[in-house]
Ligand binder design. Structure first.
Ligand code: 4AD
Ligand code: MG
Length: 453
């Protein structure tokens, strides 16, 4: 009988038997087959070295007359960088080999001899590497950064699952803006205009009123004309939204969340951090509480550090870097001037006070600024829950009330204080890996002038 269950069981067992370099310790002393690609090769007298990569790691294999079949020794000579091979041999401990094990080769099967590979160990310009992104990601540093990205994503889902959040998917095709109209990507949706989502937040708020606590995880789009090391036009955002939560609850959640991510990466991706030469001591010190600085205090700090800005202006890169340097760990910036924040923020007249009706000088926002100039990794805050104030804000922002009628309904039917935030995945990966540009934190970055591959 060949039931679906049996098929699955069979697939699992053959996967279990399959050797992967990252599991080498479990196979010490055994004969295994590495299915992978030639990373590089060299000969030294009678000994030949082939460094293999199989996607899970790198391993050195040794070709040696007497131990290795003569056919394999001959085939070695024809192997080029990135040729695909299956190499069988005995695994043994070798502290000098990457990963701590090496393979004493018995036999070799060549699947394909690769054509002259465009990316060699010599230095290449970034433009060239970006054009060859589909190959570049095989290189060690890129591989390590994307493995860490994957771990961060895993840790994110684990965090919210443990906290009993419901995952709530927001649409990507939307009829209206969340984060202002200046950087919307428009598209034709049959007979009407639609936009690619800048943020799932407004839909996340719907979810919070139905499920109490939700998180949206998805791609977001912004037509950013700026060419900086922090801006992509397509990036991934993680957006928790919680009913009956105020600004302080929000910062507490963000703090626990970041701690969790950092500690997960340290626990599960230390070899990759090492490849990237990331200072792990510094990451180990990323523990709460994170300093909480009001915008007004930040203005004073920036003045003292020689990068003053007038009240009411948004922080730029040098100001974020200065704040990071001041504290040496992530820092919350809260109570920003309303005039520079989106329409949905709850407002307050006094720093630290509850939202008071009045001039609404401050927005109950909280941004988390990463150290080392990686900038704002989280943006969020407490939402306006009063239907009339929200209507006024929509009008003040030049938005059309009818576009937000469903959003206003959340304030008509059982309105409650609620808060949430958005974590930018790529900026988080950049910070934790230490790579200096977000283009190396996503498999296929989309930026001004970058649409291929
Ligand atoms: O601060 P932002 O614009 O906040 C929002 O979109 C809220 N609606 C989120 C919420 O409260 N649910 O964006 C959130 C984060 C930023 O802190 C940053 O990390 C990232 O998204 N981000 C970008 N990352 C890469 N490229 C860009 N162009 C980005 N714009 C924002
Ligand atoms: Mg922001």
């Amino acid at each position: 009988m060949d039931t679906a269950n049996e098929k699955t069981a069979h697939a699992e067992s053959s996967m279990h038997k399959r050797f992967y370099i990252e599991d080498a310790a479990k196979w010490d002393g055994q004969v295994v087959t590495v299915k992978g690609w030639v990373y590089h090769k060299r000969s030294s007298g009678k000994i030949k070295f082939l460094v293999l990569r199989d996607g899970s790691g790198l391993m050195q294999s040794i070709f040696f007359q007497g131990e290795t079949q003569p056919e394999a020794l001959a085939a070695f000579e024809h192997l080029t960088q990135e040729s695909s091979v299956e190499v069988t041999g005995r695994l043994r401990k070798e502290p000098r080999s990457p990963g701590g094990y090496e393979l004493g080769v018995i036999s070799l099967k060549t699947l394909q001899i690769a054509e002259a590979y465009p990316i060699s160990p010599k230095e290449h310009g970034v433009e060239f590497l970006m054009e060859n992104r589909h190959l570049w990601i095989r290189s060690q540093r890129q591989w390590a950064a994307l493995r860490i990205r994957s771990e961060i994503i895993r840790a994110i889902h684990e965090f919210f699952e443990k906290q009993k959040f419901v995952r709530f998917d927001a649409p990507i095709l939307t009829p209206s803006a969340c984060e202002g109209t200046s950087n919307l990507f428009g598209t034709q949706y049959f007979d009407e205009k639609a936009y690619l989502s800048q943020s799932g937040q407004l839909y996340g708020e719907v979810g919070a009123m139905a499920f109490g606590k939700v998180y949206v995880y998805g791609p977001t789009f912004r037509a950013e004309k700026s060419k900086t090391r922090k801006h992509l036009t397509e990036f991934w955002m993680i957006e928790p939204e919680v009913a009956f939560a105020d600004l302080n609850d929000n910062m507490e959640l963000a703090e626990k969340f970041i701690e969790w991510i950092v500690q997960s990466v340290l626990a599960n991706r230390a070899p990759e951090l090492k490849i990237l030469e990331r200072d792990m001591k510094e990451l180990e010190a990323i523990r709460g509480p994170f300093p909480r600085v009001s915008y007004d205090e930040a203005i004073r700090i920036l003045e003292r550090r020689g990068v003053a800005i007038p009240w009411g202006e948004d922080l730029g890169a040098p100001h974020e870097t200065a704040l990071g340097d001041e504290f040496g760990k992530p820092v919350f910036l809260h109570h920003m001037p309303s005039q520079i924040k989106a329409f949905y923020f709850k407002q307050s007249d006094i720093v630290g006070g509850p939202g008071v009706e009045g001039t609404g000088r401050y927005a109950l926002g909280c941004d988390l600024i990463a150290p080392l100039g990686y900038g704002e990794i989280i943006g969020g805050g407490q939402r306006e829950e009063d239907v009339n104030v929200l209507k006024r804000r929509i009008a003040e922002h030049g938005l059309k009330e009818e576009d937000y009628s469903w959003y206003l309904d959340l304030r008509r039917y059982g309105s409650v204080p609620h808060s949430g935030f958005g974590l930018g995945l790529e900026r988080t990966v950049a910070w934790l890996t230490g790579v200096d540009h977000v283009r190396e934190t996503i498999p296929f970055p989309r930026m001004l002038n970058t649409l291929r591959p």
